[in-house]
Design a protein around this ligand. Structure first.
Ligand SMILES: Cc1cc2nc3c(=O)[nH]c(=O)nc-3n(C[C@H](O)[C@H](O)[C@H](O)COP(=O)(O)OP(=O)(O)OC[C@H]3O[C@@H](n4cnc5c(N)ncnc54)[C@H](O)[C@@H]3O)c2cc1C
Ligand code: SF4
Ligand code: SF4
Length: 1017
């Protein structure tokens, strides 16, 4: 067998890689990879994992690309184009890959501009224009524009990941399109390469160069030749994105493409889905940032009433009218992160709400319009049905819930999923109520139903019926599409109104526009891309939408039988498309016990590519690699578990190099568990994959040292000077790096004699019986780290709890030894040993938990494993009983303080306080409680650092091969924030976070317990 293909093909490996690539992808791919690697500076990715990661987008489709190219410069793109042209390989441009119709999947060379080609080239504040590279993300652009008081207002829901190139490719539309229009209304010019290699500048026809003018004349000729058809068949709604914009020469849209009625040839490329040209740069029309916004949330007793009202509400001049239906309301209420926000918008139990926003500079005028809305709604027979939100905080929170709408919906477990194919038909507002009623009936006839939401202002409502593509989904999809299209025709709407054509709506272009205009589209493609280099079979000659060979989950999809270390049965379920009720855990028929179905929860929406708030996903934030992204990891696992990764042993898919490489930089922060809308928990999946890998390949010395750290501690603390030599003597450090792979650049936590065990007898701790008998008692879980390296923290916790009147007991194992949660063992892949330690832990805590006595821990990752991993280790009923009483120190303090049981006398705060939340605190939502606990100190005004993972992540940052990545993660926001506040007291509850702050910023961070203890009066 050939050697495995390296992830990255470089100049020096190109020769060797060619043979393997030829075997995997054929000689064409091999030649392509070889030339790209030797003639460009870009990243050349032709291995099975990389191709698999680029085989999908947020659609139901999957097609393996020939290979992936990540250009570093414009010259790289031009060179790749030339190479592809010479070798006859098709080329597919890609941004974030968040398209919903399969626009970015194909058997082509996929060119990903999102990593390196993302500069803002110019901002003209006066003219309110900007020029950007195609790979820049909308939110990143708007962050750059904010200081200028400007923004790019095509505010798609995927603003945190969608690139401007991708948005132009799809002619994307934002929630506020009623005020600002779609992409086509906001693009002023595009510089792009044609397939012959020429670089053209598309813009206003009045100022075109000779070659561009010839194209303009050609398209004008077509528009004139098909004038009759255009008048007769072109949808007159603003939300029409299907086909090419041939109507630039015969405007049909409700909203003119340009403000002065002139023609801009760049608009031909907008919405062309990468089929006509590859963008080099785009000139954009900006808008002033509105100074003020107000929101009215109209509560409707019936869905139809909401639909019927939309046409009236738009007459008030809102910037957005967005729908959220009852299912979405209930799903949001069921999600702890969204519940308070959603409930603040409701009056009783409405069947639907419309979010009506007014924005502008004159606040009094906006408030007047809000009042007019209240009056109009009353006139429509609904007095008192509007929740008025004049402040921006609650508005922003509600918009976030609305933006997360689709993702919330996609969290349904089981094989039936809401499927996107008719979800953005646009109909004139006067027909909206009849259209939605009729389509709901269509769904019912097919034994399914849809959840409605989104852009009521422009008649584009998103709706996805629940279908199981692995069984009868494709047949139902076609029938529903045919019936929906008849409705669209009846109501004179557009079949493709927002997300583009791609694979699922391409075949409807001819249906929508007729044979004449379809022929004109073919002529445009032939004129601009005569060799068919760009995105073949899209827009022109598209495949059937229900061609199962293009599906991600075709009826032939199977997963490999597997015995897992953890219990995944909660995912192993099926659902009822009508009620969305799920079957009992374990009944879903997944031969991997639910692991595969947990992985399949990733719907590829790309939300994990965001860079703003939240934790997910630190390794992507520093690498910008699809491979080191939650989505990339989930795709790698899915392909491996379904036997689709070439070269992977189907008997041991999790142990493969492809899986391990994809998981290598996952720091197990659980950011995805909380931030991923469908709850993909990659940290838990990594435990599973590591366990299999180690079972097959064996353990390294480092694994044994890390996994066995708690056991080692019993010896090391007797002779601390010996292991501490590693920190003091240079050559020992270097030896440690060579033998153990522990970075010589790192200091390790220092061993000490005065461990918690030694000082415990002096602390007046309660015995087991005393704790069980006391009125106010608590069990403190002193973990390996605080017990051995940071005695002060555990002592401080005891003092604080005692000062508040608690009998504090520290539980021990049956043999009198220290307790351990087993996390280090899990990280090293030693799940059996971890299970044994966890079982010991549960046995020790159970008697207390059964009496309702809180088990309080200091180290977030150790304590929270009682509520997370230990629950899925098959340890019986004691796990939920103990997990139910397990609280982090801050949670306990806050709970007791709120109940009036925790009120020790505290001295006022002496310094400003900065808090860094451990990732697991954030994943479990406990970080705000650290702030609340700190506020018990008189005068304390703690602030939370908006940070992702600190980068140390247990042992990750100590590992030599991860040192640079670890520091890069810390430098993203944590260390700069600490440096910016030299006088602040830094609070961090995680051992590794404190170590990272000390290493990277030279500052000592303290555990909350120590801060409270220091302030005890
Ligand atoms: C949860 C969710 C919500 C969404 N909400 C919205 C919404 O509110 N409004 C909306 O309009 N869409 C929405 N979409 C669809 C999608 O996010 C948008 O179309 C988005 O603009 C695509 O951006 P991208 O960077 O992911 O582009 P990609 O998907 O990577 O590419 C889109 C198209 O542009 C082409 N392209 C990309 N780069 C270039 C280039 N350099 N040169 C030439 N062609 C190029 C591609 O070939 C492809 O055809 C949503 C999708 C999801 C999953
Ligand atoms: S991992 Fe989650 S956030 Fe990322 S693409 Fe998949 S579903 Fe979306
Ligand atoms: S656990 Fe953290 S690093 Fe790993 S995939 Fe999830 S967010 Fe990314």
């Amino acid at each position: 067998m050939n050697a495995p293909l390296p992830g990255l093909v470089t100049r020096s490996t190109a020769e060797r890689a060619a043979a393997t690539i030829a075997r995997l992808g054929g000689p064409e791919a091999a030649r392509l990879a070889h030339r790209l690697a030797t003639e460009t500076q870009g990243e050349v990715l032709f291995d099975a994992g990389s191709r698999g990661r680029y085989a999908t987008d947020a659609s139901i489709y999957q097609v393996m690309p020939l290979g992936v190219f990540v250009p570093r410069t414009h010259q790289d793109v031009a060179a790749a184009l030339a190479i592809a042209r010479e070798l006859g390989a098709p080329l597919l441009s890609r941004g974030a890959g968040s398209s919903q119709c399969g626009q970015t999947v194909g058997a082509a060379l996929v060119v990903d501009a999102s990593k390196h080609l993302r500069k803002v080239l110019a901002i003209d504040e006066k003219a309110m224009t900007a020029e950007v590279e195609p790979g820049i993300v909308l939110d990143a652009l708007n962050a750059r524009l904010k200081p200028h008081g400007l923004w790019f207002p095509v505010d798609v829901s995927t603003s945190a990941q969608a690139t401007i190139g991708g948005m132009a490719g799809n002619n994307s539309c934002g929630s506020r399109s009623i005020a600002y229009g779609n992409m086509v209304h906001n693009v002023l010019g595009i510089d792009a390469w044609l397939s012959d290699g020429s670089e053209l500048s598309f813009g206003p026809v009045a100022s075109l160069g000779a070659k561009e003018r010839e194209i303009a004349d050609f398209v004008r000729g077509l528009a004139e030749a098909h004038a009759g058809d255009i008048e007769a068949r072109w949808p007159k709604v603003m939300r029409r994105v299907g086909g090419y914009n041939l109507d630039i020469f015969r405007p049909q849209s409700e909203r003119p493409y340009t403000s002065d009625g002139s023609v801009n040839l760049a608009h031909l490329l907008v919405g062309s889905e990468g089929t006509l040209a590859a963008y080099r740069s785009l000139r954009l029309k900006l808008a002033p940032l509105p100074r003020s916004k107000v929101l009215g949330v109209v509560n409707f007793p019936t869905f139809r009433a909401a639909m019927a009202a939309a046409q009236h509400l738009v007459t008030l001049g809102p910037t957005a009218v967005e729908l959220v239906d009852r299912t979405m309301i209930e799903l949001a209420r069921a999600n702890p992160a969204f519940r308070p926000t959603m409930e603040a918008a409701l009056i009783g139990a409405p069947a639907a709400i419309l979010l009506v926003e007014f924005s502008g500079d004159d606040r009094r005028e906006l408030l007047r319009r809000l009042k007019a809305l209240v009056e109009m709604v009353a006139d429509l027979g609904l007095p008192g049905a509007v929740v008025e939100m004049a402040d921006e905080g609650p508005q922003k929170a509600l918009w976030e819930v609305r933006k997360a709408g689709l993702n919330i919906m996609m969290s349904l477990k089981g094989d039936g999923k809401p499927v996107s194919f008719i979800e953005d038909c646009a109909v004139p507002l006067e027909h909206l109520a009849d259209y939605t009623d009729a389509l709901t009936e269509v769904f019912a006839r097919h034994g399914t139903r849809g959840t409605w939401y989104a852009h009521a202002s422009v008649g584009t409502l998103h709706v996805r019926p629940i279908l199981d593509m692995r069984s009868d989904g494709a047949a139902k999809m076609r029938s529903i599409a045919e019936e929906a299209s008849a409705l669209v025709r009846k109501f004179k709407g557009a079949y493709s109104g927002e997300h583009g054509d791609g694979l699922c709506r391409g075949e409807w272009i001819a249906w929508q526009f007729g044979a004449g205009i379809d022929a004109a589209f073919r002529a445009i493609k032939q004129r601009l891309d005569p060799i068919g280099l760009f995105a073949p079979n899209r827009i022109v000659d598209p495949p059937r939408m229900d061609d199962a060979s293009l599906f991600r989950y075709p009826p032939t999809y199977r997963t490999i039988p597997l015995k897992t270390a953890l219990d995944w049965s909660a995912w192993n379920v099926q659902n009822d498309p009508l009620t969305e009720a799920t079957s009992a855990p374990g009944s879903g028929g997944d031969p991997s016990g639910g692991l595969a179905k947990a992985v399949e929860m990733c719907n590829n929406n790309g939300h994990c590519r965001k860079f703003d708030a939240g934790t997910m996903c630190p390794s992507f934030r520093v690498t910008r690699d699809e491979k080191h992204l939650t989505r990339g990891r989930a795709n790698t696992l899915r392909l491996a578990l379904s036997g689709q990764l070439e070269g992977v042993d189907v008997a041991e898919p999790l142990a493969s190099d492809a899986v391990q490489e994809a998981l290598a930089l996952c720091v197990g922060c659980k950011g995805c568990k909380r931030d991923c809308p469908t709850g993909v928990d990659m940290a838990r999946m990594k435990i599973e994959a590591t366990a299999r890998r180690k079972a097959v390949r064996g353990f390294t010395l480092r694994d044994r040292c890390i996994g066995g750290l708690p056991a080692l501690a019993r010896v090391a603390r007797r002779v601390p000077w010996l292991p501490n030599l590693r920190n003091r003597v240079g050559w020992v450090r270097r030896l440690g790096e060579r033998w153990l792979g522990i970075s010589a650049k790192r200091s390790l936590p220092a061993w000490r004699r005065d461990t918690f065990d030694r000082v415990a007898p002096t602390l007046g701790l309660a015995s087991r019986d005393e704790a069980l008998a006391a009125d106010k008692s608590v069990v403190l879980f002193v973990d390996t780290f605080n017990g051995n390296f940071e005695t002060e923290n555990a002592v401080a916790a005891v003092r604080v709890l005692q000062a508040a009147g608690y009998a504090v007991h520290v539980a021990r194992a049956a043999d009198g030894g220290e307790l351990c949660c087993g996390r280090t063992l899990l990280a090293a892949g030693m799940t059996e040993e971890a299970r044994a330690r966890a079982s010991e832990l549960l046995a020790a805590f159970l008697p207390f938990a059964e009496r309702g006595i809180a088990i309080v821990g200091l180290e977030p990752s150790c304590l929270l494993s009682l509520r997370d991993e230990i629950q899925v280790m098959g340890l019986g009923e004691s796990a939920p009983t103990v997990g139910g009483q397990a609280l982090l120190f801050e949670e306990f303090v806050v709970r007791e303080a709120r109940a009036g049981r925790f009120a020790p006398a505290l001295q006022p705060a002496a310094r400003p306080i900065l808090v860094h939340g451990h990732c697991h605190q954030k994943a479990f939502g406990t970080a705000p409680k650290v702030l609340e606990a700190l506020r018990l100190i008189p005068g304390a005004e703690p602030t939370l650092i908006e940070s992702s993972c600190c980068g140390m992540a247990g042992t990750f940052g100590y590992e030599a091969e991860h040192y640079e990545t670890s520091m890069a993660m810390a430098e993203l926001s944590l260390l700069p924030a600490v440096r910016l506040a030299p006088d602040a007291l830094v609070v961090a509850d995680g051992t590794s976070c404190r170590h990272q702050i000390a290493d990277g910023a030279g500052r000592e961070a303290l555990h909350l317990a120590r801060v409270l203890c220091d302030r005890l009066a």
